[in-house]
Design a protein around this ligand. Structure first.
Ligand SMILES: Nc1ncnc2c1ncn2[C@@H]1O[C@H](COP(=O)(O)OP(=O)(O)OP(=O)(O)O)[C@@H](O)[C@H]1O
Length: 255
């Protein structure tokens, strides 16, 4: 049986009177790619922020890697093996691509320093960062200033930074948005390879073709609530999902 890596139970986040996330539950299994979909304002990014420790829930529970994790700060979540990308890419523009990944590896460094004092060497982190750049196909860009990278490469850099800590799970926030058609298939291959390497993926994606093809299962939110969960083909035919995306009277499939 598949092992649950992340479990979200009755999760809620209110901002004043706004129920941005309103009683959402789902599981993500080890080695699974789970798509988190929904129209604008559905609560997807707030969910990411709850799972990664940026926000503390108003109610509900999150369990990650066998421990109750809601309320833990982002660096504790990172130390547990959770990495994430952001909808708006924010590299350190004046640092090289390699240094951007070295900085992201810092969480590991501080953790091992605290534990063993001296378990870390600069050379080891550099080696890890170079390996990560190779993994995402950016080795040739290592010495370039990150601010000079085109969007497609920036998205790969973000994924390398997420992988620097995310040895169990990475959260991808619209990693495909704004990419050219020819950049999309290779990035899908990269995400599939990451999963083959044993890392689970939770992705927010507005590109339906990408989400449907890449995800093993899909959870759909609307107005903070879960309205559907299932295999991509099932979810795409779900009348509630079609209505959420196309409005009442929508009759075509989502994908
Ligand atoms: N810090 C905040 N304070 C107040 N309201 C917020 C905050 N963050 C998000 N919201 C609101 O919560 C709701 C859900 O936002 P969220 O960003 O999660 O949507 P989303 O599904 O990611 O949408 P999109 O696809 O447009 O990024 C929105 O109404 C948003 O305005």
């Amino acid at each position: 049986m598949k092992k649950v890596l992340l479990s979200v139970r009755d999760l809620a986040k209110h901002f004043g009177g706004l129920r941005a996330v309103d009683g959402v539950s789902f599981d993500l299994h080890e080695r699974e790619i789970l798509g988190l979909l929904g129209p604008n304002g559905a609560g997807k990014t707030v969910c990411f922020n709850l799972i990664s420790g940026v926000y503390t829930p108003t109610a509900g529970e999150i369990h990650f890697a066998g421990i109750r994790s809601d309320g833990l700060p982002p660096h504790r979540m990172a130390a547990l093996g959770l990495g994430r990308t952001f909808q708006i890419v924010k590299p350190f523009s004046n640092l090289t691509v390699l240094d951007n990944v070295i900085v992201a590896c810092g969480v590991d460094r501080y953790r091992s320093l605290a534990r063993s004092f001296g378990g870390w060497t600069g050379a080891a982190v550099r080696k890890k960062a170079v390996e990560l750049l190779e993994r995402v196909g950016l080795a040739d860009e290592a010495d370039r200033k990150a601010g000079l990278l085109p969007l497609g490469h920036l998205r790969r850099l973000e994924i390398a930074r997420a992988l620097a800590v995310g040895y169990r799970l990475i959260l991808l926030d619209e990693s495909f948005s704004g990419l050219r058609e020819e950049e999309i298939a290779p990035l899908m291959d990269l995400v599939a390879r990451i999963r083959q390497d044993g890392i689970s993926v939770l992705l927010i994606e507005h590109n339906m073709r990408v989400a449907m093809k890449l995800s093993d299962r899909i959870v759909v939110l609307d107005h903070g609530r879960k309205i559907a969960e299932g295999l991509p083909g099932e979810v795409a035919r779900d009348p509630l999902v079609i209505e959420a995306y196309l409005g009442r009277g929508g009759s075509s499939r989502v994908a």
